[in-house]
Design a protein around this ligand. Structure first.
Ligand code: SF4
Length: 380
């Protein structure tokens, strides 16, 4: 049976089926088509060619060591002024104590991204990483977005490459993908005008890749960006990934679309926006990413932003990774995320199994730690 209902997708389907790369206009066709069934099937085809039925997750912990920040991104509801009652700021010793408070056996990844604190000296950051690795030598520390690395470069007066080198020597394992937002200047000026520029964000990730560090890449969507600007964002990431793979043998692990959350931030207030992204927009975005970003190992369905139910559905739309158990998340929840603060390992396994997929517990480097059997919902 031929499922294709949009004739414009016929040449694209042929390309995807034979493993060829799509050009920009073809990527836009995927964003515009109403033939969602074919879009889903093509994304699933690409995902299955890479990973079969496997879906990855990590036993992880999130920690934000401070919410004090001077940058003023308009979409952010997390940042606080240091005099506000809701502000917090941990010393390296308190960071270790906070990890101890939430630590559970089996956690392998600590994910930290935080505000750009106006007063901390450079020495605070490697000291924190070192203290963590001394107390928890088996914990892989994935920390500091490219925006934070640029901030550290400014306060230390060191080139970003040296900042990365010194943090790596202190025990930093990998970098998260935050701070990317949307690369297009038009949007960036309105949502993150004081933050790292797009070119610098890409340069910092390229430098991390040159040190053998693996990183992720995000995209904040569902606010003022156009579909062309979403695809332009993906296109720039695809180009950098080509370069990193050719020169350094690898680069990004995963692309993570982040759905805009509409509460408590000035961008939503200025736009009069109260709605969350729709389920089909979330799924379409993930599917286009899976097809267009043919050199990215994983597309991540981030359950914190889109909820665990839609994340489960996204496993048919090109998603091969559903992030982790997290323990406590504050950034998206400050802006209105309605998902729980954490998921149990058992809950993640069940979510994947009931989608008929194979749950694979991974670490921050995507080493496979344990595989669980698939189990269809109907078999329960
Ligand atoms: S998104 Fe990050 S850099 Fe921007 S204001 Fe919020 S905490 Fe600061």
């Amino acid at each position: 049976m031929n499922w294709l209902s949009d004739p414009a997708l016929a040449p694209i389907a042929q390309k995807v089926e034979s493993g060829q790369r799509l050009n920009f206009e073809e990527g836009m066709q995927l964003f515009r088509t109403r033939d969602l069934n074919t879009l889903m099937r093509l994304a699933n085809l690409r995902k299955t060619a890479l990973h079969g039925d496997k879906v990855y997750f990590v036993h992880s912990m999130r920690l934000e060591f401070t919410n004090i920040c001077y940058v003023g991104c308009t979409f952010c509801a997390f940042a606080a002024h240091k005099n506000e009652a809701r502000a917090w700021d941990y010393t390296p010793e308190e960071v270790v104590a906070q990890v101890g408070r939430r630590y559970l056996p089996g956690i392998t990844e600590l994910h930290m991204s935080s505000g750009h604190h106006p007063n901390h000296k450079w020495e605070y950051y490697p000291a924190m990483v070192r203290a963590l690795r001394e107390s928890y030598p088996d914990l892989q520390v994935k920390a500091f977005t490219a925006a934070e690395i640029e901030h550290l470069s400014r306060i230390s007066k060191k080139p970003t490459l040296d900042v990365l080198r010194e943090l790596q020597a202190a025990g930093l394992s990998a970098m998260p993908g935050g701070g990317a937002e949307i690369f297009a200047d038009r949007v960036r000026k309105q949502v993150a005008k004081n933050k790292v520029k797009a070119e610098k964000w890409l340069q910092i990730h390229s430098e991390a890749h040159s040190l053998g560090m693996r990183t992720n890449a995000t995209m904040l969507y569902g606010h003022i960006e156009t579909l062309e600007e979403r695809l332009d964002h993906m296109h720039r990431l695809r180009e950098l990934q080509d370069d990193s793979m050719a020169r350094h043998g690898g680069g990004f692990h995963a692309f993570i679309p982040l759905a805009f959350q509409p509460l408590g931030n000035t961008l939503a207030q200025n736009l009069g926006k109260t709605e969350y992204t729709t389920g089909l927009d979330d799924l379409r975005n993930l599917a286009v990413a899976r097809i267009y970003l043919d050199n990215f190992p994983h597309i991540k369905g981030y359950w914190v932003m889109i909820g665990s139910e839609l994340t489960q559905v996204s496993l048919d739309w090109g998603v091969s990774d559903i992030d982790g158990t997290i323990q406590e998340e504050h950034i998206a929840h400050a802006a209105g995320a309605t998902s729980p603060m954490k998921l149990s390992e058992q809950g993640m396994i069940r979510m994947i199994q009931h989608a008929g997929r194979l749950p694979v517990l991974r670490d921050a480097y995507y080493n496979e730690l344990e595989t669980f059997p698939a189990q269809h919902e109907a078999a329960d």
